[in-house]
Structures are given as C-alpha cells and as structure tokens.
Design a binder for this molecule. Structure first.
Ligand SMILES: N[C@@H](CCC(=O)N[C@@H](CS)C(=O)NCC(=O)O)C(=O)O
Length: 209
C-alpha cells in the first residue's frame, strides 16, 4: 500500500472542509497546505493548480484532482471498507451520485454566486441583485436536501454526500437559527455530523483564526 500522504490544498472556511472530513473518515495520511486569499499567494499556488481555486487534492501518486464533487467521489471509492459510498453500480450508488453532483452544481454554485458575485458580472453594481437571487436559491436547494434527509441523504447510510451538505449548510448566508427551526431534518443532520470525530477535527482546523 502507498503510504505517501495526500496533499490537500485548502482555505479556512472554504471548500476543503468536506474533503478533510473524508480523509479523516478514511484514516488516510494527509497534510494540508493552506492557501491565503492574498493575490500573491494565489499566484504562486497556480504553479500547483492553474485554476487557483481550492479545494485541490494531490493523490499519493502525484495526480492533481480538482472539483470538490470529483474529489469526494474518488475518495469514497478509494477504500470500500470505510463505506463512504454505496457499492458502485448499485441503485443506491446512482442516488449517491445524484446527491453529490446536485450539491456541487446547485448548492455550491449558489454559494459562489452569493460570496463571489463579481464572478457573475463585470458590473459591480449588479452584485446586490446577484446576491439576492442566490440567497433565495440557497434556501430552495437546502429545502430540497431537507426533504431527502432520513437522517442522512441516503437514509440510514452515511456517505461523503453528508459532510458535503454539512459544509454547504454551514455557509448559509441568512439566519441559521431560523432556518434550522424551519427545517428540523437539517438541524438533526448538523447535530449528527458535529458528533463525528472526523467532522470535529476538520471543523477545528477550518475555523477562522
Ligand atoms: N466547483 C469548484 C469550486 C471551487 C471554488 O470556486 N472554490 C472557491 C473557494 S470555496 C475559490 O477557490 N475561490 C477563489 C477564487 O476563485 O479565486 C469545486 O467544487 O471545487
């Protein structure tokens, strides 16, 4: 077995949280390289990841993998003993893929519209309108996830789709207390995730300091 550590490129309070949870759940050796937001730091990071975005994961064989959904699906499939995804080819796995892709394409995309509105228009004056739409969409996508929870996205089975949802819920830009009161399934999900050692470790590392 290759025991070269994974190298996770991340940023506090950013998309590397769910990836770190998956690495922790696997008990895989890894180290985190924190990429500050400063343009000079991002510029030198482009030597590793030309997109300049986090998260990115360098696999033990040196392969660079970007896109949080792809990284999570890859890690879940890398060691089936940890049961971080249903068996490939099963209908449960199809359902798993639907959720990971949906969280990436819808909820993460909405978070980017809210927090980086400048990516969506060249006119700074458009930012408030982009953010207002994103705030609405954020709640709509979370409501769809809440309707599926029982208590995890795949029913009784925990999978890497769950820390993904946990991370994206944590970025909700509105009143979190009111949201969780409206959606008790999301509240329960957040409590279940916080109780996992892997999540507590990643949360502690990702806390802004
Ligand atoms: N679709 C990508 C989005 C990654 C992304 O945009 N990450 C943000 C942080 S959460 C970022 O790196 N922003 C800085 C930038 O775009 O310069 C993924 O799922 O990994």
């Amino acid at each position: 077995m290759n025991d070269t550590p994974y190298r996770l490129y991340g940023r506090r309070n950013a998309g590397s949280l769910a990836i770190q949870v998956a690495l922790e759940e696997l008990g895989a050796p890894y180290r985190i390289e924190w990429i500050p937001k400063e343009p000079s730091a991002v510029e030198s990071y482009r030597r590793v990841n030309p997109e300049g975005r986090v998260p990115a994961l360098v696999l033990p064989d040196g392969t660079l993998l970007t896109e949080s959904a792809a990284i999570l699906i890859h890690l879940a499939g890398s060691d089936a003993r940890h049961r971080l995804a249903p068996a490939a080819g099963s209908s449960a796995h199809a359902h798993f893929l639907k959720w990971v892709v949906s969280l990436s394409a819808n909820l993460y995309e909405t978070a980017l519209r809210y927090y980086c509105p400048d990516r969506y228009s060249t006119a700074p004056a458009d930012a408030p309108r982009i953010q207002a739409q994103a705030a609405k969409d954020y709640e709509r996508h979370l409501a769809a996830a809440a309707a599926a929870l029982n208590p995890y996205l795949l029913g009784d089975s925990y999978s890497v789709a769950d820390p993904y949802l946990y991370m994206l819920l944590g970025w909700y830009p509105g009143d979190m207390t009111a949201l969780l009161a409206r959606f008790p399934a999301l509240k329960r999900h957040q409590e279940l995730l916080k109780a996992r050692a892997a999540v507590a470790r990643a949360d502690a590392d990702h806390a802004e300091r």
